[in-house]
Ligand binder design. Structure first.
Ligand code: GDP
Ligand code: FO1
Ligand code: CA
Length: 321
């Protein structure tokens, strides 16, 4: 079975790790997984290109992630960041560890040598053992794009700040008016992205942020049309449990674009292509009469077994459609 998934960072990566665990226990293999990662979170810092969601996918699927945080490296140290702080180099609100810096330095050097981001990600993925697991990780686009958040200043004027500044420095506390992705109009889907959606046997939407992770991938030219046009069933996993995000600020993101913070509201963002939708047991009643095929199961990724069970339900729902 060829599975394609669109993914953000922590929610996407944890789900896909559970999916790989589930696939390794199935007897109907071999299976392959193509992951299309969000690059709207990317940012240039200290002259280096940082790709948070792609790196979270690499580290999580490769066994090197800081489990408690969900992003960044396990056993991390912060010597370089301390040196930068001593020089007064900015910004200091974004924490980059020494091991993580290695990734950004390698990536930035290869990009500067003319490699595409796809080629860089392929090389990084080899180090993390993704090909051996049947996983191909593709950035959504090779064009540098950056999500910005339009906020309103006290005098009523509008200003766009980088997504990371809004999310990390301000913890999504500045009311967002809308999200804009700099560079997106000129961007093309990275090689393999559209084909991976069109030719898959099953397309999965992990419980990633529907606005600033999956929503950004869907806005890459051609991606939404590929989702609508694929013959594969498309199954999504709701990122809200009990009507609220499990972590992060998806509620602020949904409110900013005028979408109700409910499983139904999130499913509505995918209404033109979604065939199946997994919601948490706690949200079952709220989905009565909704359009896609609904299955209500526990949706908390508490450990690898629970996550694999969620992934198994997503696969079974897709195969039943
Ligand atoms: P990010 O890029 O690091 O923010 O990660 P993603 O966009 O991939 O996923 C973020 C979303 O994952 C958040 O909206 C969370 O609500 C969701 N999430 C995190 N843990 C869980 C979980 O255990 N269960 C469910 N259903 N969603 C989760
Ligand atoms: N998130 C934080 O809340 N604070 C940080 O200092 C921070 C640093 C960081 C460094 C590398 C990386 O790949 C991710 C990092 N994140 C940090 C996570 C992250 O940028 C956001 O959670 C996501 O981009 C939102 O999806
Ligand atoms: Ca993200």
């Amino acid at each position: 079975m060829r599975i394609t998934a669109l993914a953000g960072g922590v929610g996407g990566a944890r789900f896909l790790r559970g999916l790989l665990h589930h696939l390794s226990n199935r007897t109907d293999g071999p299976h392959s997984l193509t992951v299309i990662g969000n690059t709207g979170d990317d940012i240039s810092l200290f002259g280096l290109r940082v790709c948070p969601d792609v790196d979270t996918l690499l580290y999580t699927l490769g066994g090197g992630v800081h489990e408690g945080q969900g992003w960044g490296r396990a056993d991390e140290s912060f010597v370089v960041q301390g040196e930068l702080a001593a020089y007064g180099a900015q910004p200091q609100w974004f924490g980059l560890g020494d091991r993580d810096f290695g990734t950004h330095i390698a990536r930035s050097q290869w990009l500067a040598q003319g490699m595409t981001l796809s080629a860089v990600v392929e090389r990084l993925a080899q180090r993390w053992g993704l090909p051996e697991q049947g996983v191909t990780l593709l950035p959504m686009t090779d064009t540098p794009v950056e999500t910005h958040v339009v906020i309103e200043d006290e005098d009523g004027s509008e200003r766009a700040i980088h997504f990371q500044q809004w999310w990390v420095q301000h913890q999504a506390s500045l009311p967002a008016k809308r999200f804009v992705v700099a560079g997106l109009n000129q961007a093309a889907a990275a090689p393999g992205v559209l084909d991976a959606i069109r030719t898959a046997d099953l397309v999965l939407l992990p419980p990633s942020n529907p606005v600033v992770s999956i929503g950004i991938i869907l806005s890459v030219p051609g991606v939404r049309d590929a989702m609508r046009g694929t013959n594969a069933p498309v199954v999504g996993v709701c990122p809200l449990v009990g009507g609220a995000p499990v972590r992060g600020h998806a509620d602020a993101c949904l409110s900013a674009i005028g979408v109700p913070v409910t499983p139904d509201g999130v499913a509505g963002l995918y209404a033109d292509f979604l065939d199946g939708w997994l919601v948490d047991k706690a949200d079952e009643a709220s989905m009565a009469g909704a359009e896609p095929a609904i299955r209500a199961i526990p949706l908390l990724m508490t450990d690898i077994e629970a996550t694999a069970e969620m992934a198994s339900e997503a696969v079974e729902l897709g195969l039943s459609l």
